[in-house]
Design a binder for this molecule. Structure first.
Ligand SMILES: C[S@@+](CC[C@H](N)C(=O)[O-])C[C@H]1O[C@@H](n2cnc3c(N)ncnc32)[C@H](O)[C@@H]1O
Length: 343
């Protein structure tokens, strides 16, 4: 297997100097429909931070005011600085990354951003460390409201430890909202050993169904697929990949309450999240303002336990499934148009 920490640090610390150095489109974010506030937040970010962005999706969920957010594999800090504006001065964003060069860029502009946001005190912290060992950088149990991550978990050989750490540090009702790359079948050993394929966020991709298994193992709720984009790997790199297909996908995963509601309910969104007319809980659960929708019991229980609870009315209803069914991100009907991939 490639993808040792040294290889990945070399790739992101030395080989790449900006997004243009990437050899595939795996790590580029489509110009997805961004809210005005996200666009505005991105417009205040320093150019050097923006040019060192290697994410594969937009992993900024709504309703972040006052939240304590953790960015796993924050890189040069684009998402940290965007979210720092959305949580406001009372919120806080912690970015963790293992690559010194990336963190150097992130830290260099901390005061620039504090001033640009008009904050008295910076509300971001960057920590050097491994996302599979968050305890080593002082992240305590049940201390985080929202975890985001943009094209990073594929780069970690020990994905089990990452999900275990997510389950440990999230508060009950907390949310992991992240974009990453997934495959539709097991990836060959030859591809896994390839330095560039791994570094470009391709051959370390998780088989999409394994994400469900990992969540079950660490008692997180089943993943909800928010959006996904297929991407094609250039011919010269594709040989070792055979017929494996890839998508970049954004999932939302809740840490359930220890005493979840088991009521069968329909929920109605009250329209009060700024700029959100329809709350996109998942690709198959679009919650329109003032329109009641019955949800599987586990999904409505998670919504009730989360920070989104105050934006919904929950009313008893009749027959609903007990569990949401997994959506296959390789199903063309739910994919948004081809947009490149990740990183
Ligand atoms: C594809 S880049 C994405 C960076 C950032 N999220 C962005 O959107 O620009 C992957 C980042 O993950 C970091 N990384 C990879 N494996 C890591 C690990 N095990 N622990 C901490 N950081 C890691 C790398 O150093 C690199 O900065």
């Amino acid at each position: 297997m490639s993808g040792t920490h040294d290889d990945v640090q070399k790739y992101y610390g030395k080989d790449l100097t900006c997004s243009d150095d990437l050899k595939t489109s795996a790590c580029t974010t489509p110009a997805a429909a961004m809210s005005k506030s996200v666009k505005k937040a991105l417009s205040k970010i320093h150019d050097e931070v923006l040019t060192k962005y290697y994410g594969c999706g937009l992993c900024i969920p709504p309703a972040l005011e006052g939240a304590r957010v953790l960015d796993l594999g924050c890189g040069a800090g684009r998402d940290v600085y965007a979210i720092a504006q959305l949580v406001g001065e009372s919120g806080h964003v912690i970015g963790v990354d293992m690559t010194e060069e990336q963190l150097e860029t992130a830290r260099k502009y901390e005061d620039f951003h504090r001033q640009a946001f008009g904050y008295e005190k910076s509300n971001v912290t960057f920590k050097k460390g491994l996302i599979e060992k968050l305890g080593d950088v002082g992240i305590e149990d049940n201390s985080i409201d929202v975890i985001v991550s943009n094209c990073v978990i594929n780069l970690v050989p020990d994905k089990e430890s990452v999900i275990k750490e997510v389950a440990r540090v999230l508060k009950e009702g907390g949310e992991l909202y992240f974009s990453d790359v997934y495959s539709d079948k097991e990836i060959s050993e030859a591809a896994r050993k390839d330095y560039v394929l791994w570094g470009e966020c391709i051959s370390g991709a998780l088989l999409w169904t394994d994400l469900y298994d990992l969540c079950e193992e660490f008692e997180l709720s089943p993943p909800l697929l928010v959006e996904c984009h297929p991407f094609v790997v250039q011919e010269e790199l594709a040989e070792k990949l055979g017929s494996t297909r890839f998508v970049s996908a954004t999932y939302r995963i809740f840490k359930p309450s220890t005493s979840p509601s088991n009521e069968k309910v329909k929920v109605t969104y009250n329209g009060q999240i700024p700029e959100v007319e329809t709350f996109e809980l998942a690709a198959n659960y679009q919650l329109k303002k003032d329109v009641a929708k019955a949800l599987p019991v586990d999904v409505s229980a998670d919504l009730r336990a989360s920070r989104y609870e105050k934006f919904f009315v929950f009313e008893k209803t009749g027959c609903v499934p007990s569990q949401a069914r997994p959506l296959n991100p390789f199903n063309k009907d739910i994919q948004t148009e081809n947009a490149g991939g990740c990183c």
